[in-house]
Design a protein. Structure first.
Length: 202
């Protein structure tokens, strides 16, 4: 992990959905080992893997101090959702911190202020800035794959490396909220901007 460096993871799930989750877990291990993901005959798409990452990110974050429990763990897609039904399929029957995962879609970022994770799909710089400003310092993990997403104030950016999905983290943006990221998540990030605070989830 490179701290302080600008960047240069309803009902029983189907077998394909379980496979995608395993791929996401494998990607995290590959990032740790520094090895390439092995080719597979049934290789999931880029957005299948990103959907799996979004679901798994929720297992590596918490808030400090801990807020009152909410009924659902909401993952919200802002604007056009390129993942299609992959996210819904993966989230079916899943829980994060004892809360059922719920996928929500909305046109405006201001409506995502009650979400736990917000995925911003836009590549338009002007729109991206307004969406991140709408979320402000709200305790929502912001994730996107637009170029320079972290420089615009996003928290986690998907990055393609040799046709594999990786991610970079902007701790400076995270520290403006009450969110705490797991040290395990930081260890497998491609790069990390900023430094970990005194309190890091183990």
């Amino acid at each position: 992990m490179k701290h302080g460096t600008r960047y240069s993871p309803a009902g029983p799930r189907s077998a394909p959905a379980r496979g995608i989750l395993r791929v996401a877990a494998f990607l995290l291990l590959c990032a740790t080992w520094g090895t390439a993901l092995l080719e597979s005959q049934a290789r999931p798409s880029e957005y299948d893997v990103k959907a799996a990452y979004l679901l798994n990110f929720g297992k590596f974050i918490r808030m400090s101090p801990r807020p009152p429990a909410r009924a659902h763990f909401d993952i919200c897609a802002i604007g056009t959702d390129p993942m299609g039904g992959a996210l819904d399929s993966l989230a079916a029957g899943e829980q994060v911190d004892g809360r059922p995962v719920r996928i929500r879609r909305m046109n405006e970022a201001i409506d995502a202020r009650s979400c736990d994770i917000a995925y911003l799909s836009t590549n338009d710089t002007g729109r991206l800035d307004s969406e991140l400003a709408a979320l402000g310092n709200v305790d929502v993990l912001t994730v996107g794959d637009a170029p320079n997403f972290l420089e615009h104030g996003g928290m986690i950016q998907f990055v393609m490396v040799a046709n594999h999905v990786r991610f970079s983290v902007n701790l400076n943006a995270v520290h403006r909220t009450h969110l705490v990221l797991s040290s395990e998540l930081l260890r497998v990030a491609l790069t990390v901007i900023g430094t970990a605070s005194g309190e890091v989830q183990r």
